[in-house]
Ligand binder design. Structure first.
Ligand code: SF4
Length: 125
């Protein structure tokens, strides 16, 4: 092995190592962007980041939209005294007063909304 081979080998090692670092940085940046743009935060009960979170269905899959439809969800309840805000399956969002999430499907539901799965919220003892 001469000095020239050694130098070439070092160059390739640095190139590969640098590529791994760049790839790692790219994955990190992509991961951060995914969090900021995701509307799937409803899984944890927090509001998605959007100008109008109550109408933001970006990131909600067709299957989840179909569940909502199957349960007969409507934005305004037809049943007096039964609405999402007093349903045991409602997930209130910290910063939203007019909508929140539902344990049954992803995406926003209006506090005055309703579906056939409505269940009375347990009252504190
Ligand atoms: S189960 Fe139906 S009524 Fe209850 S919060 Fe979900 S969508 Fe609203």
């Amino acid at each position: 092995m001469n000095a020239k081979d050694y130098s070439r080998r070092n160059f390739i090692r640095r190139l590969v190592g640098g590529g791994a670092a760049i790839t790692g940085a790219g994955i990190f940046i992509q991961g951060c962007q995914g969090d900021n743009n995701s509307s799937t935060k409803t899984d944890s009960g927090s509001a998605p980041v959007s100008a109008d979170p109550c109408s933001d269905f970006s990131g909600v899959s067709a299957a989840e939209l179909e569940k909502r439809k199957k349960f007969g969800y409507v934005d305004k309840t037809p049943e007096e005294g039964k609405a999402c805000h007093n349903c045991g399956l409602f997930i209130p969002w910290e910063k939203e007063k007019t909508c929140g999430g539902c344990l049954l499907f992803k995406g926003p539901v209006h506090t005055d909304g309703y579906c056939m799965q409505w269940a009375a919220k347990a009252q504190p003892a």
